[in-house]
Design a protein around this ligand. Structure first.
Ligand code: MF3
Ligand code: CO
Length: 270
């Protein structure tokens, strides 16, 4: 069953996701050469708990940390460690929280120092693919329209969509129905209806799509060792279009952070 959230529930989901956005924004300023992924994790956990929320990933199937930090060929679910970020790395930072019983979930991939032009392009195209997918969120559309938009954009740039992991419904659980693959034909399966909330999270490989999980049981890496990027937003379906719950508050538009800011203009090129 796909649950639909009331406006009051969406406000609570906005609060959870705004916290996620705020912490990711702070981490963006901290990421740099020499910083360890564990330092990022400690900072994130402090901020989440100080806000009265609980890290959502920690303890989920025994996952040991607040963040997933996935560097270079790591696609998702990298475990924070003493590894120091180096100039030229890219790092995906994924954060989930529970606040007032509702989940927030979002991810960004950030450059460390100066990165190569191909790496810049990978980040740009993956974020754009997420924007194009969000632009498909409208009443009467289909969940499969979202993945189709990702796949089209990613493959048009010669990259591959990772298929082993998918986006998901989100609400009072981290993972709810439906699954949101990042590929497929449009117009299939469940329809988008008012109050549905979806975590859309394209994972893109610069080379081949195949991934494997390392012996830590979590870290997913590209089999061919190519760079991978990952961006995620939690998005509500409203009569006015997509309400990007995990959008940073300061970007919510001139109308402020209320209902009038529910519509979201996608990034350039969408
Ligand atoms: N954003 C990812 C997801 O929604 C992160 C999950 S990490 C886990 O699936 F540890 F919680 F599994
Ligand atoms: Co997610």
């Amino acid at each position: 069953m796909i649950s639909c959230k009331s406006p009051a529930e969406l406000q609570r989901m906005r609060a959870a996701n705004a916290l996620v956005a705020e912490v990711l924004g702070e981490l963006r300023g901290v990421v740099g050469e020499g910083v360890t992924t564990r330092e990022l994790d400690v900072l994130a956990e402090d901020r989440v708990r100080a806000a009265g929320a609980i890290p959502a990933f920690k303890g989920y199937h025994n996952y040991p940390a607040t963040l997933c930090t996935s560097v270079n060929e790591e696609v998702v679910h990298g475990i924070p460690s003493g590894r120091r970020l180096r100039d030229g790395d890219i790092v995906s930072i994924d954060l989930g929280v529970v606040l007032n019983d509702y989940y927030g979930d979002a991810a960004v991939t950030l450059p460390v120092g100066t990165i190569s032009e191909p790496a810049e392009m990978l980040l740009h195209v993956t974020e754009q693919a997420l924007a194009r997918s969000i632009a498909q969120v409208r009443l009467g559309g289909h969940v499969s329209d979202l993945g189709h938009a990702v796949q089209r954009h990613v493959e048009a740039h010669g990259y591959s969509v990772v298929r082993e992991f998918v986006g998901h419904g989100i609400g009072t659980s981290l993972h709810e129905e439906p699954q949101v693959p990042n590929y497929g034909e449009p117009g299939q399966g469940p329809r988008l209806v008012e109050g549905m909330v979806l975590a859309i999270e394209p994972m893109v490989s610069m080379g081949k799509p195949a991934v494997k999980v390392l012996r830590d049981g979590w870290t997913a890496v590209t089999r061919d060792g190519s760079l991978a990027a990952h961006f995620e937003h939690s998005v509500a379906v409203t009569a006015d279009g997509p309400f990007v719950l995990s959008r940073p508050p300061q970007e919510a538009g001139s109308a402020g952070d209320g209902a009038a800011a529910m519509t979201w203009a996608p990034l350039d090129g969408a």
